[in-house]
Design a protein around this ligand. Structure first.
Ligand SMILES: [Zn+2]
Length: 290
């Protein structure tokens, strides 16, 4: 039953504040039937419009992932998407009464624990599985992602490098399994560079940032809580690079595929991750047509 599509076994709810908007929203996760995919439902809008989480609905990939369909959007879906990928959930309906997914503790931990706690159940059809057959590459300046053929699942490597400032070079690699995701990746929190945080404040963004949901990296190499500026207690010495892998896992799940590929990413962010997801979808369609 390992490769069957999955959903959750019962309804579960969660409330919290969005990192960008600072607004409190309520999420209601509902089991969903086979081949229906991951869908957000805006219950605060008349008619309860549905926004599928897929490469086709991505409307913004700068610093977070936003989806939009017929003018209705949803922001900051990536850490929830990573939890769904980590738990192998293919079909789920996520009702939300606002436009941004709550930040939780800045990682995928709350979503992973919450959804796992409902019990994950197999459905009657196999997962949509994709085997990469030739190398794919996307790049932007000195950031890049290379995807290589690999037939044993998803294996991810990330190189985080600020050329001497902020952080020493961090490299991490991991085989994507449910256990590895839950124990090694899910709790790695989001972070920002102090320069970017200042820019955000000026623009009135990041209203939901608290000392409990993000980390700030300073040019001198220190890592602090964002508001009190007191030293942060890291969950892993290399929590920052682990979070970058968490982001890639969430963003590549926009393909809605169980991927068999080796991903080597250098300094990539959501924009490049989404570009790679798009390339994988294009190639997967060609492979199906051939
Ligand atoms: Zn992130």
């Amino acid at each position: 039953m390992k490769n069957q599509q999955r959903t959750i076994s019962r309804v579960v709810e969660y409330s919290g504040i969005g990192l960008f908007t600072g607004e409190e929203v309520r999420l209601c996760f509902k089991p969903s039937s086979v081949d229906t995919g991951i869908n957000f439902v805006r219950t605060d809008i008349e008619g309860h419009p549905k926004i599928p989480a897929s490469v086709e609905t991505v409307s913004d990939s700068e610093r977070q992932i936003s989806l939009k369909k017929k003018g209705v959007g949803i922001k900051s879906i990536e850490h929830l998407m990573a939890a769904l990928a980590g738990l192998g959930i293919d079909n789920i309906e996520i009702e939300i009464n606002g436009n941004e997914v709550p930040a939780g503790d800045g990682s995928s931990l709350i979503f992973t624990q919450l959804l796992k706690g409902t019990g994950i159940v197999p459905l009657e059809k196999p997962k949509k599985t994709f085997y990469l057959k030739k190398e794919l590459r996307v790049s932007n300046g000195d950031a890049s992602i290379i995807a290589l053929p690999y037939n044993k699942g998803l294996f991810l490597s990330y190189i985080l490098d600020f050329n001497g400032s902020f952080l020493n070079r961090q490299c991490f690699e991991i085989e994507m399994t449910e256990n590895n995701f839950s124990t090694q990746i899910a709790s790695a929190r989001t972070w920002g560079l102090s320069s970017v945080v200042e820019e955000f404040k000026k623009k009135g963004l990041g209203k939901g940032v608290t000392d409990d949901n993000s980390l700030i990296l300073h040019e001198d190499g220190t890592i602090t809580k964002p508001l009190s500026m007191t030293p942060a207690n890291l969950r892993f010495p290399n929590e920052c690079v682990r979070h970058k892998i968490l982001d890639i896992i969430g963003d590549l799940y926009l393909t809605n595929l169980e991927l068999n590929a080796r991903i080597v990413a250098t300094k990539s962010g959501h924009y490049l991750n989404a570009c790679m997801a798009k390339k994988i979808i294009e190639i997967s369609k060609k492979q199906i047509n051939n």
